[in-house]
Design a protein around this ligand. Structure first.
Ligand code: NG1
Ligand code: MG
Length: 491
C-alpha cells in the first residue's frame, strides 16, 4: 500500500542531507522485539549490555534494473525486513568480535582491525563476515591516515532473504559502515554513508552501482524513492498510487552475485558499448567514456535518439574480442587490463547492442514511472495505473530478452502473474531471487498471494523450503510496505 502509516507524501525536499539521529527505542516500535532478543544474545556472548543498535533495511526495486552502474536513476523502496546489529566497544584495543544470532549457520569471527584482510575465494563466494569487513574498510578508507580503530563487539541478525535480490548483502555492508562510523565518533550524513557503503562493496568483488546502499540510507516510511546518481546522489520521495499494494515473491533460486561473473559481465559490456558509441560520435576525448549517462550528456541525446544511435552503431547481436579490440584500437592485453574485471577475464563475446538498448530504454521507463506516480497524486486515473503496469511488464521483457538475467523459475512466477492480470517483473540483479508485482488493492494482493502459494510454492520440492516455517510460505511471498532507511537506537 502506498502509505500504510498515513505518513503520505513527504515534503518535497530532497532526502538524505541529514544525519542518522540516535533514537530512543520505544516498546511500540515494530523492531522492538527483534532488537530485545538480539540484545539478550549479545549479553550472553559478552556479559554486558550493548551500547547501541543499528537497523538497516533490505529493498525492493520497483523499476530501473541494471541501470545504476551506468549512471541512471532507479525507483526502489525499503522493505520491512532488515539486518540488525547490537554494538558495543571492546575492552581489547582494535579487536573485532562478531557473533551471528543464527550461530549454527554463520560461524563466529574475530580479527585485529589493524590488519583487515578480506579474502575472496576463487569459488563459492566470500564468507558472510567478509561483507561486514567491507563496511569497516569503507570507514578506514574514509579516515585514511586518521584511522585508529576502536575495538567492537557485535551481535547480528537478519531476516532479509539471502541471495534473493532484496539486497541482504548491501544491508549488511551498510550496517557495518554505520556501526563503525558511529563507534569512531564520525559525523556522516546519510548521503556520505550511502556513498561510502557503495564504493566499499568493491572489496567483495562486485562493481555495483549504488542503488542498494542509497535506498538503505535515504528511504522514508510510506513512499518509494526516485534515486538519482548523476550529477550527484539525490533521493526524491515518490508516493505510490493510492491503494496499490506491492508483493514480493521469492523464486527460491539463489543467486550469489559475488560468487559468479554474470553481473560483472554486464557491467563490462556496458562500459565497452559506451566507449564504442563515444568513438562513433567522434568525440575528441572518446577514450574517457565508460558510462552511458556521460555520453548522453556530452552528445545531448534524448532517450529516443540514444536508442536510435545504438541501433545504428551497434548492428550485430554478438561481438568477438577481435571486433572490440579492432574498433577501440586496443590490444587483447589492454582489453583485459583496462576493461575486464578479475572475474570476467574469460569473456570472449560481447552483446553490446542488446545490453545498451536495455539500459537506455529502462532508464526512460524509470522517468515515466515517476511522472505517472506524480500525476496520480493530482488526479487518479485508471489508464495511468495501467500504464505503470505496462512499464513493469516491458521492464521484465527487456531483462529477459536483452539483458538475459531471468531464470525459468522466475518465468513461471511471471506467467502465473500474467494469468492473474497482475503486472510483475524480476527485481534486483536477477538470474534467480525475487519478482515484484503491483496489485490494485490489498484484497487483490491477498488473492494473488494465495494463487502463488497454491500454484508455485506448494509444488516446490520440500528441500527448498526447509529453512522456512512449514506450510504458510509467508516468508517467501508477501505484501510489502515502504519502510524507513537506516536507524540507530539506544535503550
Ligand atoms: P542485487 O543483486 O539485487 O543486490 C544488484 C546491484 C544493484 C543493481 C542491481 C540491478 C549490488 C550490491 N547491487 O542488486 O546496484 O545494479 O543489481 O539493478 O551489486
Ligand atoms: Mg546484493
Amino acid at each position: 500500500m502506498a502509505a500504510k502509516s498515513g505518513s503520505g507524501t513527504v515534503a518535497a525536499r530532497n532526502v538524505g542531507d541529514e544525519h542518522v539521529a540516535v533514537q530512543k527505542l520505544q516498546p511500540e516500535a515494530p523492531i522492538y522485539e527483534r532488537l530485545m532478543s538480539l540484545g539478550a544474545f549479545y549479553k550472553q556472548q559478552y556479559g554486558v549490555e550493548p551500547e547501541f543498535y543499528v537497523r538497516v533495511p533490505g529493498r525492493v526495486n520497483i523499476i530501473g534494473e541494471h541501470v545504476d552502474y551506468c549512471g541512471y536513476s532507479v525507483l526502489p523502496m525499503a522493505v520491512e525486513q532488515s539486518i540488525i546489529l547490537a554494538v558495543g566497544t571492546s575492552p581489547e584495543q582494535a579487536h573485532l568480535e562478531l557473533h551471528h544470532l543464527d550461530e549454527g549457520k554463520f560461524q563466529s569471527f574475530d580479527c585485529d582491525l589493524n590488519a583487515l584482510d578480506i579474502k575472496l575465494p576463487k569459488t563459492g563466494g566470500p564468507a558472510w563476515y567478509s561483507y561486514f569487513l567491507c563496511g569497516i574498510k569503507g570507514i578506514q578508507e574514509e579516515l585514511e591516515k586518521k584511522w585508529r580503530p576502536i575495538g567492537m563487539r557485535i551481535a547480528l541478525s537478519g531476516n532479509v532473504p539471502l541471495a534473493a535480490g532484496l539486497s541482504s548483502s548491501s544491508a549488511l555492508v551498510s550496517a557495518a559502515v554505520l556501526a563503525t562510523g558511529h563507534v569512531q565518533g564520525m559525523q556522516l550524513d546519510r548521503k556520505q554513508l550511502a556513498s561510502i557503503s557503495a564504493s566499499c562493496e568493491q572489496y567483495i568483488g562486485t562493481h555495483s552501482g549504488g542503488m542498494d546502499q542509497a535506498i538503505a540510507y535515504l528511504a522514508k516510511e510510506g513512499c518509494a524513492q526516485h534515486i538519482e546518481f548523476h550529477p550527484k546522489l539525490k533521493g526524491t520521495p515518490v508516493t505510490l498510487p493510492a491503494g496499490s499494494c506491492f508483493v514480493v515473491a521469492n523464486s527460491l533460486v539463489q543467486k550469489r552475485k559475488a560468487a559468479s561473473s554474470d553481473y560483472n559481465e554486464r557491467v563490462v559490456e556496458c562500459r565497452l558499448a559506451t566507449r564504442w558509441l563515444a568513438k562513433s560520435q567522434k568525440l575528441p576525448n572518446w577514450k574517457d567514456y565508460t558510462r552511458f549517462i556521460d555520453l548522453e550528456e556530452a552528445c545531448n541525446l534524448d532517450n529516443a535518439a540514444y536508442a536510435q544511435l545504438i541501433q545504428q552503431q551497434l548492428k550485430r547481436m554478438l561481438y568477438t574480442r577481435e571486433d572490440v579490440c579492432e574498433e577501440l584500437g586496443i590490444t587483447e592485453q589492454e582489453l583485459e587490463t583496462d576493461f575486464l574485471t578479475p572475474s570476467t577475464q574469460h569473456m570472449q563475446q560481447f552483446k553490446l547492442r542488446q545490453r545498451a538498448l536495455h539500459v537506455i530504454q529502462e532508464s526512460g521507463r524509470v522517468v515515466q514511472f515517476r511522472q505517472i506516480c506524480e500525476q496520480l497524486q493530482r488526479r487518479a486515473s485508471k489508464q495511468d495505473i495501467e500504464q505503470l503496469g505496462k512499464l513493469m511488464q516491458q521492464s521484465h521483457q527487456s531483462l529477459r530478452e536483452l539483458y538475459e538475467c531471468s531464470h525459468p523459475d522466475l518465468e513461471r512466477l511471471i506467467a502465473l502473474s500474467v494469468k492473474q492480470g497482475v503486472s510483475a517483473r524480476v527485481t534486483g540483479a536477477g538470474w534467480g531471487g525475487c519478482i515484484v508485482a503491483m496489485c490494485d488493492s490489498v484484497k487483490a494482493a491477498a488473492d494473488y498471494v494465495q494463487v502463488l502459494k497454491r500454484e508455485y510454492y506448494a509444488q516446490l520440492p520440500a528441500h527448498l523450503l526447509e529453512r522456512y516455517q512449514p506450510n504458510d510460505f509467508n516468508e517467501v511471498v508477501f505484501a510489502t510496505f515502504p519502510s524507513n532507511g537506516a536507524e540507530l537506537f539506544v535503550l
